[in-house]
Design a binder for this molecule. Structure first.
Ligand code: NAD
Length: 254
């Protein structure tokens, strides 16, 4: 080590598994160093031991004190923040009438409050590097569907929050963009996607399949990098054509 200061540094929240872990690995392969942030300490420790140029930080992004401590630790260890990837998220699908206020708050706390808190805490460091922010929204934030009253609303709010960040932080050279993944077979999705839902997605999506974590990571790392230096306030759906087709009736296919 010892050469920390010359490498670009990304913070990836929810980095212990799934899309966050794939994004971490892609950053590493492109020569970045990564602060891997997660509240699942055991899973994070396992992931960190397999990788070089990473620093694992146990943090709950919905807790302001935990977030402040995390940013301090990133700066102590790496000295700078070039990109913040707000990927930590939770899913809880249920009908409106069965979504208790507690379930609603749990989803909002991580998916929306977390993005607000980490970004606010990272702004002073992002000003120094004229860095970037990538927020992970969802196709569920673009289109309404049943059972997603909390999840879908949290992700729609993340899309608007991205626009607010782009509008306000542009004068510091800070870019903010969002990625809206379609379905990816991670632990999060498999907990809420039944075999019937999986089959229906395959049928309805123009690309006829789920995406991979790596495919979502490619969109995230592009928006974080200098390749997207004139792109801010945008939403990139990496979704197999989900947004383009709406309900995409298989019966209308030739
Ligand atoms: N998998 C999909 O189909 C899909 C589709 C659209 C959007 N997304 C979004 O992509 C992101 C990543 O999802 P995934 O599918 O990789 O999920 P995942 O459950 O596999 O991984 C999420 C990680 O975030 C961590 N995490 C959750 N809450 C946290 C908190 N408050 N503080 C710190 N860490 C926390 C978890 O411990 C876990 O390691 C989420 O924002 C999710 O909403 C996923």
């Amino acid at each position: 080590m010892g050469d920390h200061m010359s490498l670009k540094t990304a913070i990836v929240t929810g980095a212990a598994r799934g899309i966050g872990l794939a994004t971490t690995k892609l950053f590493l392969s492109e020569g970045w160093q990564v602060a891997m942030v997660d509240r699942d300490g055991a899973a994070l420790a396992d992931a960190v031991t397999t990788l070089d140029n990473v620093h694992g930080i146990n943090c709950d992004v919905s807790d302001p004190a935990s977030v402040d401590g995390m940013i301090t630790e990133v700066l102590r260890h790496f000295g700078q923040i070039d990109s913040l990837i707000n990927n930590a998220g939770v899913a809880d699908f249920g009908p409106i009438e069965e979504t208790t206020f507690e379930r609603w708050r749990t989803v909002m706390a991580t998916n929306l409050d977390g993005v607000f808190l980490t970004t606010q805490a990272a702004i002073p460091a992002l000003k120094e590097t004229r860095g970037s922010i990538v927020n992970i929204a969802s196709i569920s934030g673009l289109r309404a569907s049943t059972l997603r009253v909390a999840y879908g609303t949290s992700k729609a709010a993340v899309i608007q929050l991205t626009l607010q960040q782009a509008a306000e932080l542009g004068e510091y050279g800070i870019r903010a963009n969002a990625v809206a993944p379609g379905p990816v077979k991670t632990k999060l999705a498999m907990a809420v996607h039944s075999p019937e839902i999986i089959a229906a997605y395959h049928d309805a999506l123009p690309l006829n399949r789920y995406g991979t974590e790596e495919e979502i990571a490619q969109a995230i790392v592009f928006l974080a990098s200098d390749k997207a230096s004139f792109v801010t306030g945008q939403l990139l759906a990496a979704d197999g054509g989900f947004e383009a087709t709406g309900i995409g009736l298989p019966a209308l296919r030739t």
